[in-house]
Design a protein around this ligand. Sequence first.
Ligand code: GDD
Ligand code: MN
Length: 360
Amino acid sequence: MTPELCVVVPTFNERENVPLLIRELSASLEGWNWEVVFVDDDSVDGTADVVSAHAKTNPRVRLIHRIGRRGLSSACMEGMLSSQAPLLAVMDADLQHDSSILPRMVQCLQQGSHDVVVGTRNSDGGSMGEFCKTRILLSRAGQRLSQTICRCKLSDPMSGFFLIRRNFLMEVVRDVRGEGFKILVDMLSSARRPVSLTEVGYTFRARTHGESKLDAAVAIEYLFLVLNKMLGDVIPVHLTLFMLVGCIGLILHLLTLLYLVDARHVHFLTAQIIATFLAMSENFLLNNRITFRDRRLKGKHLLPGIMRFAVTCSFGAWANFIFTRALWQSGVEWLVAGFAGIMIASVWNLSVSSFVTWPV
Ligand code: GDD
Ligand code: MN
């Protein structure tokens, strides 16, 4: 029988939290027809094995074990899409979200015929709990930004704890970007009509096991999500990040030349080789860390990766040269020709790198 409610839980290295969460959910949802789907991105701590062991004896527990992919938002999307339940909840595995408010969330959704109910830390008696000041400030800044793109008012758009109707998911699913951490903002800003939403308060608890996966790259990804939604999906995020990294590489290249030629009197061509090597390594490492962080190469894959990247980019440089020269010879202003060449090379480098250096 199809469950009434499906709770989707993305996991990445949450081995110790899984049994505790299952126990908590079983108590909170006693008497309900529910299931829980853990979407694990092949955690190294063996989270998938722990879930799998529970799934063997507990029919309410399911596992989606993803290999070679990373990402909180996409994990949530996959979990939600895997269920036929008419009500879909999403919450973290680390017990920071309080599952005891789930029944109230369901009641609120049904009584008010809302599309979405959000677990909030900022109103209705909710609280941030004991949280560090910087994190609270960052969270507030993120909230402000999200208000410019969401099609509804809410006090805690950064929340990763919410309940939606499956119908609402199907309405927005094709416009959701599914990258980064903020799946709720992603969905709310993808709706093509005002969304009916209400909030239920809870106290954000401290994490006791494992560590948070939120880092600077997650914040950058969020900024791009907001930009992308504001400009109606016209900015390709990967290309923008790739070009930003490229700009840093360019600056590094010029500074290296300046230092070697000017201060150390190294021969220009030798300096050029060193600068190219440095800039390319920096481009590779930053792209590996930011642009393609979900497919990041590590350990023994790093060296072959950097070599593939070098070959790809030298074709890009060659295309840049040929194209710029053709434009320039046909009378186009040098600055315009140079810029067009850079764009062509960037698009080439990104497209080829994304399946040669960082294949899915
Ligand atoms: N499958 C999968 N893949 N799960 C992931 C990934 C990933 O790449 N990254 C994180 N998770 C899981 C974690 O295992 C955890 O269950 C949940 O997503 C949240 O990750 P945390 O690392 O605990 O995030 P947080 O506590 O910093 O952030 C939380 O608070 C934010 C509000 O400030 C999350 O609830 C966010 O969703 C929320 O917006
Ligand atoms: Mn957490």
